[in-house]
Design a protein around this ligand. Sequence first.
Ligand code: NDP
Length: 437
Amino acid sequence: MPAFKGKFDFVIVGGGNAAGYAAKEYVSKGGPKGELLIITSEPYCSYERPTCSKAYMKLEGGARLPKFHTSVGGGGDLQDDQWYPKHGIQFMTNTEVTNIDFKKKQLSLANQPPVEYGKLLLCTGSTVADLKDMGTPGAELENIMYLRNVADADRILGRVKQLKTDGGKAVVIGGGYIGLEMTASLRSNGLDVTVVLPQEHFLSRMLTDEVGEFYESYYKEKGVTIRAKARAVSFEPKSPGCKQVGVAVLDTGEKLQCDLCLVGVGARPNLGLFQGDLDMLDDKPGGVKVDGHMKTSQPDVYAAGDIAAFPLKRSGGSLTRMEHVSHARLSAAVAMAEMLKPGSTHEYDYLPYFYSRIFDLHWEFYGSLEGSTVFFGDKKAKKFGTYWVKDGKVVGVFLEGGSPEEVEAIKSLSLEQPAAPKDLGQEMPRMMMQQPN
Ligand code: NDP
């Protein structure tokens, strides 16, 4: 590895999973050694972030770095901190990019000399939505925690350990992915957990009432207390003048005792570095507009992952942001391939995919959440799901408890969009795949 030289043909800002998969593509396409620099403010090189809310949360025998560095989740090499220098890539950790001069093609770094780039990939990802920024009274109290990275996960585990010894209650705020997964993880560690969600069920955009009720009953069976149709509106200390949270106050008026409050109320794309310099979506929270090859409005500048608003071909090309690891992986690979050899990539054609693992359950979703819904399968057997049907075609499928072959079948159905038969609800996805079209 040559000494730091201040000018690289390729620079990636942001060292999350997208950067790791871009580096993987760089190596597989024979990118020149010594010409790729990745800069991250995190202390680690890229890792599979989804692990943080799942296997990392086990106090005993949980997944720990370096075991879940990129790209083990995508079935590739373990790209630990040895892997990058081995491939002639410089990964600068603990380093903040403070400014980007797109005219000079130069990055300013905190406490470091500036760096010039030939081509730039922006993968700055998201930050958690913070209740302090929303003006929620008491949100600054200690033991109100958020999860985005390994440092957050370590803080949470530290508190979980204390509560296991001393006893105490956890309250989870939010009914999205973090709420769903962290409620299960905290409860699996033996904590007394109450989850507060504004909607009737978890993940209300995806789970129909019938499916949502299954998860609600399952969580209750596991000993979780659910407060649906409620929001946290303020927090109170354990006692007057104490710095630690003791109570979460809901808009229903209820006060929940808590020793740990885990908040998952959404994420915001990190756009501050290039606001005003790149074409952005007008709607809040915004997003960097890219074309089907992940190219932004500035020459030689690309964007991938959470921040990129890309044309979703399956929705008529409307510019869409996706906060999901599979999009981070795939869009970063497209961007890097295009940076290395302009004109070499097909237009990005992303098939939306979501998944989760909670307690001993797991589900997958592929496709589009448009149209009407049809339930299939058997809740008692823990194998069931939902078809989405639009214009007579199956356009999306959710499946709980699928085998690898069944998950492959729902992916194929969402890609091929076959005509929906009249008795769709009687058909399991693999049977559907065998129907003549
Ligand atoms: P989500 O946007 O998924 O969910 C946020 C939830 O919090 C919504 O139900 C929201 O309701 C609710 N909420 C907002 N304010 C309050 C409040 N005051 N009290 C109670 N509930 C409230 O965000 P998450 O934080 O769950 O996830 C953050 C990011 O992490 C996402 O980008 C997600 O994709 C990613 N992630 C993905 C995983 C996966 O794919 N398996 C796993 C973990 C994280 P409303 O909308 O009504 O405000």
